[in-house]
Design a protein. Structure first.
Length: 200
């Protein structure tokens, strides 16, 4: 019987991406919906790594099974790295993708393309019973578009154009996005690590 691996996120978009890249591993991958409801972990770390580790440890403590959790966000050069770790709550306590994207566009209003450089960063943490937390990091450089484009993805995907491409993440298929995205890069590193582990 394979060991359970919990994807510790309440974000359906993130869960789908994580599940896609964990397919085929000798683990029984489950989501939070497969477990009793618990309060969301507090995300008060100063770095993506601190938040990812905190979430993975939290769900491991709640359910006693291995947990993968990530923290990711957008860093915009012209905004001094903002929204950074506050990406999900950039427009306030009740932020949505729509309000976050609107605030970002407003903050960059009037800036030429040369001043719209940005990067997506993703830190993924794996917490297992009795083991040290394992961390992987992925990043992708790009720029912020002048308007939202594309029906897919989530978060800032309709605004982020990865380096070397003309389309936003939201204009790409899930497979295309995962090939180059920050989360895809971090997950492939994690997958290689998971494949090296003896699985119960």
């Amino acid at each position: 019987m394979s060991e359970t691996l919990l994807i510790g996120t309440g974000n359906p978009g993130k869960e789908a991406e994580l599940a896609l890249l964990l397919e085929g591993l000798p683990w029984t991958v489950k989501g939070l919906a497969d477990f009793p409801s618990v309060p969301a972990p507090v995300e008060d770390g100063d770095t993506f790594e601190a938040n990812a580790v905190n979430k993975a440890r939290y769900f491991l403590g709640c359910f006693g099974v291995a947990c993968v959790a990530d923290d990711s966000g957008l860093e915009v050069e012209a905004l001094g790295g903002a929204p950074g770790v506050h990406s999900a709550r950039y427009s306030g306590e009740h932020a949505t993708d729509i309000t976050n994207n609107a605030k970002l566009l407003a903050a960059l209003d009037g800036r030429p393309e040369s001043e719209r450089g940005a990067r997506f960063v993703c830190c993924i943490a794996l917490a297992r019973p009795g083991q040290e937390v394992h961390v992987e990091i992925g990043a992708v450089e790009g720029r912020i578009a002048f308007a939202q484009r594309g029906p897919r993805g989530f978060g800032y995907d309709p605004l982020f154009v990865p380096e070397g491409h003309a389309r936003t993440f939201a204009e790409m298929t899930p497979d295309e996005k995962l090939t180059i995205s920050h989360r895809g890069r971090a997950l492939r590193k994690l997958r290689a690590y998971l494949e090296s582990l003896p699985c119960a």
